[in-house]
Design a protein around this ligand. Sequence first.
Ligand SMILES: C[S@@+](CC[C@H](N)C(=O)[O-])C[C@H]1O[C@@H](n2cnc3c(N)ncnc32)[C@H](O)[C@@H]1O
Length: 286
Amino acid sequence: MMEDLVPLSDTEFNILTRMLFDRFGIHLGDQKRVLLSGRLSKRVRETGCGNFSEYIDYLRTDPSGREQTELINRITTNHSFFFREGEHFAYLKDNVFSRIEEAVSKRSPPAVRIWSAGCATGEEVYTIAMLMRSHFGNRIDGLDIGLLATDISVAALSQANEGIYQESKLKELPGEWKRQWFTKAGPDQFRISDEIRGMVLFKKLNLMETPYPMKGSFDVIFCRNVMIYFNAQSREHVVNAMHKCLKPGGVFFVGHSESLNRETCPFEYVKPAIYKKGEGDRGIKP
Ligand SMILES: C[S@@+](CC[C@H](N)C(=O)[O-])C[C@H]1O[C@@H](n2cnc3c(N)ncnc32)[C@H](O)[C@@H]1O
């Protein structure tokens, strides 16, 4: 409620937005003032601070860094759902899985590495896992698959690991998948199966902190509806860092409401929200 908001002065707003930008790349313009005080007022009180200036001091002097984690948990929007932007999964099946099929038929199955960056509560990466299981069936056991999912929000990651979802998040899923890989966990809640959950490794990662600590490179990176928070400079920073993590020929997905700057983008454009690293491309463009 508006009357519960702790007053936020211009200086306090500027300090907090600077902090969010410098540490996480998150850009909140002036129009986000109400959003910021709305999301943080309760936290200011929970920490026993009397106003935002005290809270800022608390944030700055907390040696554990835990309050920073709390801050980011409150600010980020972790909205996601299963099978979101379905065309991406169709592209994955038709273009990436088909290449794996070919290699399998030649008895040289490759290692497949897929990264869901900004995975929120896990719906995106679990959709990929189900798609792989449904496409490859029992042959999946003969494949070396690595699914990595990362996010800055520990709260979102913990929900992802738990794997329990409101029924509304499953609306786009094929009924058969729902029957096969979910069990009822409450009045309108569903739990994802261990078979799917066990395919994914969840890790905390701030996308602004580059280079990324990855062993080896990826065939596919999903970074959808994450860079909406970033300004052009942070977006470019993250896109270049991800380009370095992809194998030549690798595919890069962004959200449909996002687009990359064609002038500075190191990727080849495939179609809306789908990009590719050139087959012979081993580094970023000068
Ligand atoms: C709207 S969700 C997108 C979830 C999923 N990719 C999808 O499209 O459904 C955006 C996620 O990006 C994460 N995020 C924002 N800034 C980040 C950063 N600097 N590093 C890592 N994750 C970040 C947020 O915590 C949030 O969970």
